[in-house]
Design a protein around this ligand. Structure first.
Ligand code: FDA
Ligand code: 7N5
Ligand code: MN
Length: 494
């Protein structure tokens, strides 16, 4: 059987050795169930109840994609879990029957993480949506996988605490764990990697572990391997996260937001590097190039000067915050920055950041009907000016739409390429640019993805980033947790 498949594959159009390896790995994966029998759906219903199982086309479609440009791959069936017991039993059933299992948080990912490449079961976690415990005096809380970021912050408001990691989208906290999300506040508060204390995880065979030990939530630990951060960023390929214990922070006493503009990318990014080197702890330090500002003005009805711009935010006790602001102001001026404007009242600030977070839609609106193809390189801060300037040059040479937006305080930036599905010519240009940017970032000792993950779109780049031995070791790790390869097959590596 395997031999016949191999011969069929060899008869197809010519392919290189790396294609062959890809297809060889694919053979290993197709040993999973290709079609789910009705009896299997019946077994699922007996675990979670009829109402929590759907094979309706619209529901499968909704679970077959995220917010990215990647093509839709529908699961065969969607299951809504209501309890830990449900998750354990569904995982074991899938594992025993070698059926693919794909955890579904809220579908806001940008790398096709939830797309069911080989069909199977999409496990929607949204009904497990309780805040399990808030330990306000210890600045932490434990949440179920369906708890969303905005709802959590609303729930916490009366305690004076908040969870600052903000990918812009209203994502599930456990989905954010699974992709190691970050966003605008990471420059001050870190990414999910620095903010998860413990995870409850269901393994494919139905066993449950807590990655830091049962109920543990200490700020520091040297106890054995760091299983917590193995699952942060694992993109649903190792197990299902059913609880996350995360750090909380005091809501800052004072917040100042500001915007300023530059004639050149180099001056804007030099300012960022100097602010970071001055040791001032910025809460947000964002860059939008001239093209991004054009899209920003048009979509969000602003009237900002069309120039390369920095959006900044300071958090802290009122005492000392203005000194920090003044130091930053001097750095802006010394790099020929202009038009410094402060958003003082809360409504103005909220409007500014809402518009920043909607940049993906602002750029998509430049080409009506398109989907965003996003890049996500992250480099050591001192190399950032070189990488952004080179990227802009490539975009100009390729003559395509590609506004740049970045969390540049972390050396992380995105190009948004609005793409029409089926436009092969632009797709090829964009993919070429994506690879060139990824390779340049790696040359600068950076990564192809700072926060969106590998998913479907960056698997080839990951091969380059880690090298064959690195990939081999990652596959061995996966095998140890998921020997049948049922967890989100085809993601992270081929
Ligand atoms: C407008 C906009 C703007 C942004 C972003 C999106 C959008 C739409 N993002 C990306 C996105 O919000 C981010 O990847 C989230 O962490 C995804 O969370 P979901 O709950 O939507 O996971 P989603 O359902 O999309 O799943 C993502 C991956 O995690 C896995 N997964 C989900 N829940 C799981 C669970 N309980 N257990 C195990 N695996 C699970 C899935 O299988 C999949 O592989 C982003 N990101 C970022 O870091 N910075 C940013 O600036 C932005 N900005
Ligand atoms: C192409 C970038 C997608 C969203 C994002 O990460 C951001 O706005 O920062
Ligand atoms: Mn981002």
């Amino acid at each position: 059987m395997l031999f016949r498949q191999l011969m069929k594959c060899l008869k197809q159009t010519s392919f290189s050795l790396s294609d062959y390896n890809t297809k060889r790995n694919f053979f290993r994966a197709v040993q999973l169930q290709a079609n789910i029998p009705g009896t299997f759906v019946g077994s699922l219903k007996s675990i979670v109840g009829d109402a929590n199982v759907s094979t309706a086309d619209a529901v499968r479609d909704q679970h077959g994609h995220d917010e990215s440009h990647h093509e839709v791959h529908k699961p065969d069936v969607v299951v809504f879990a209501e309890s830990l017991e449900h998750v354990c039993k569904v995982a074991k059933l899938c594992n025993d029957n070698k059926v693919p299992l794909i955890p579904f948080g809220s579908g806001t990912g940008l790398e096709g993480g939830v797309n069911a490449l080989q069909g199977g079961v999409s496990l929607n976690m949204s009904k497990m949506n309780q805040v399990v415990k808030v330990n306000a005096e210890d600045f932490d809380c434990t949440v179920q996988p369906g708890v969303m970021r905005i709802a959590l912050n609303a729930y916490l408001r009366d305690t004076g605490l908040w969870f600052p990691i903000d990918p812009g989208a209203d994502a599930s906290i456990c989905g954010m764990c699974a992709t190691s999300a970050s966003g605008t506040n990471a420059v001050r508060y870190g990414t999910m990697k620095e903010n998860v204390l413990n995870l409850q995880v269901v393994l494919p065979d139905g066993r449950v572990i807590e990655t830091a030990g049962k109920g543990k939530r200490s700020r520091k630990t040297s106890a054995g391997y760091n299983l917590t951060n193995l699952f942060v960023g694992s993109e649903g390929t190792l197990g299902i996260i059913t609880e996350a214990t995360i750090k909380l922070y005091g809501i800052p006493e004072k917040t100042i937001a500001a915007v300023c503009h530059f004639d050149s990318v180099q001056e804007a990014v030099d300012t960022v590097v100097q602010i970071m080197q001055s040791g001032i702890s910025m809460a947000k330090l964002e860059f939008l190039d001239d093209k991004a500002i054009e899209a920003f003005n048009k979509y969000s009805k602003f009237n900002m000067k069309v120039a390369h711009s920095l959006f900044l935010e300071f958090h802290g006790p009122a005492l000392g915050l203005e000194d920090q602001f003044n130091t930053v102001k001097e750095l802006i001026t010394s790099n020929n920055g202009s038009g410094l404007q402060i958003a003082t009242d809360e409504d103005e600030r909220k409007r500014l950041w809402k518009a920043r977070h909607e940049m993906i839609w602002a750029c998509t609106a430049l080409l009506p009907g398109s989907k965003p193809y996003s890049t996500d390189v992250c480099v050591p801060i001192s190399t950032l000016p070189k990488v952004i300037v080179q990227t802009k040059k490539w975009i100009e040479e390729a003559n395509i739409i590609g506004p740049i937006v970045g969390h540049v305080g972390d050396g992380n930036f995105h190009v948004f390429f609005p793409m029409m599905r089926g436009d092969k010519e632009t797709y090829e240009k964009v993919q070429d640019l994506h690879f060139k940017m990824g390779f340049l970032a790696m040359e600068m000792n950076g990564t192809c993805t700072g926060e969106h993950g590998i998913g479907m779109g960056k698997r080839k780049l990951l091969e380059k980033e880690l090298g064959p031995t690195g990939i081999e070791v990652m596959k061995e790790v996966k095998k140890c947790f998921d020997p049948n390869g049922i967890m989100n097959p085809g993601k992270v590596f081929f």
